[in-house]
Ligand binder design. Structure first.
Ligand code: PMP
Length: 423
């Protein structure tokens, strides 16, 4: 039911339309008179409603009050010196989170996909070869992004849950001679954490740059950009970092900068052109920053706070904590008689656990039951893993044993009730 005050406000507004009907003059509509023919939509006269949910899926994750509060601070201008100071802090926070000393480190104004496109658009020129490892949806996406901008795309493909040996990667690099190789570190659609050791060295042997997606793994599983010779690394704000969706840290090695700043053609996107973005982030050494686009000021405040929390916690503590909670969850799932989709414990992503869909159950029914009766979001598979897995994500702020126990209890209840409803 709509509250009485809102109803009477609606009624008043509807009455205003004929009273202030448009009066045309020789020069158009009379100033001060309304010319609108579309009334204000009734939904806009109702207050915003967003229920509380336990976001135990693969992201976004619940945002701690401290980060929400940072995002709710008064806005300042995107070109104010204080904002540049905050962006400099964000850059340092990302350098810590990525374990890199790359100068070309910044946060994209946009979600993880923005960072994916930024990496591909800036590094690759039309006609150049790209090699993409596909073992879930993220490789598929990057292959499509590269294809759209005119790259020659080669793929290395495994079923969801599979991973590539360094020998397989080397063979494909030798064959296709790509300028860029893409690998997903935390494959959130399959729950796999991909080994990265040695891959950067192999890429460099073949004069290829290594691009790694850590959207689902950053802060949850060990990744060391400089030590592992990763050339371009990106993540998202809404997973283990626990900021709202909408910003995406990214960093480029010197090797990557050399390639992207010595192109023959301009990148297809103006918004994502690193020549402009590097100036906006004060990374190009020029004394003045020139307006390029209006960055998401509140999103950057929140991102800074989430990076501050990671710095206070310590990366190694964060990795250890995610592993401990994940192991607790995995044991609980096995005790319920469920099968984990990734058999090898060392290849399981601590932030997103995948469960093989239990026989005799309709996975959509299980998810709907859990959402309705427990206000908990789990999800099914994504892309090639649809119909194969259920996914439980416990990351950052949500990553604790109490939440894991709550997730297990909800799943146990659903397994009982949904089986009953089928009988
Ligand atoms: N890569 C991975 C591994 C992801 O899990 C996601 C988000 N689920 C993305 C990329 C894309 O990020 P976004 O939805 O923020 O664009």
């Amino acid at each position: 039911m709509m509250p009485r005050s809102v109803l009477s406000r609606c009624a008043r507004l509807t009455q205003q339309v004929p009273l202030e009907s448009a009066r045309s003059t020789k020069h158009g509509v009379h100033r001060g008179m309304s010319s609108v023919t579309i009334p204000p939509p009734a939904c806009m006269l109702r207050p915003l409603e967003a229920p509380f949910r336990y976001l135990f899926g693969p992201g976004p994750s619940n945002v701690p009050p401290r980060v929400l509060a940072a995002g709710g601070r008064p806005i300042i201008g995107h070109m104010h010196s204080e904002m540049f100071g905050i962006m400099n802090d964000i850059k340092k926070g990302i350098q810590y989170a990525f374990q890199t000393s790359n100068n070309m480190t910044l946060a994209m104004s946009g979600s993880g996909h923005t960072a994916m496109e930024c990496a591909v658009f800036n590094i690759v020129e039309p006609g150049e070869s790209v090699l993409v490892a596909i073992n879930g949806i993220w490789g598929e996406r990057v292959a499509e992004i590269a294809e759209r901008m005119g790259a020659k795309v080669h793929t290395l493909v495994k079923a969801p849950g599979g991973h590539f040996t360094n020998a397989e990667i080397e063979q494909a690099l030798a064959k296709h001679k790509p300028v860029l190789f893409f690998l997903t570190h935390g494959e959130s659609s399959s729950g796999l954490v991909h080994p990265v050791d040695g891959v950067g060295d192999i890429c460099h042997k073949y004069n290829c740059l290594l691009l790694v997606d850590s959207v689902a793994s950053l802060g949850a599983a060990p990744l060391l950009m400089d030590q592992q010779n990763i050339d371009i690394l990106y993540t998202g704000s809404q997973k283990a970092l626990n900021a709202p969706p909408g910003t995406a840290p990214i960093s480029f090695s010197e090797r990557a900068c050399h390639k992207m700043f010595n192109r023959k053609t301009k990148p297809v996107s103006y918004l994502l052109d690193m020549t402009h973005l590097s100036n906006y982030w004060g990374n190009d050494g020029k004394p003045q920053r020139i307006y390029h686009h209006t960055g998401p000021v509140s999103g950057f405040f929140a991102l800074r706070e989430s990076l501050a929390i990671l710095a206070e916690t310590g990366l190694e503590n964060s990795w250890k904590h995610h592993t401990e909670v994940a192991e607790y969850l995995w044991k609980g799932l096995e005790d319920l008689g469920l099968k984990l989709f990734i058999k090898d414990k060392d290849l399981r992503l601590p932030s997103v656990t995948t469960i093989a869909i239990p026989e005799g159950y309709n996975w959509k029914e299980l998810l709907a039951y859990i959402m309705k009766h427990h206000q908990i979001e789990f999800t099914g598979g994504l892309g090639p893993s649809v119909g194969m897995v259920l996914r439980i994500g416990l990351m950052g702020y949500n990553c604790n044993k109490a939440n894991a126990a709550m997730a297990l209890a909800a799943l146990e209840d659903a397994l009982k009730q949904c089986r009953k409803s089928k009988a």
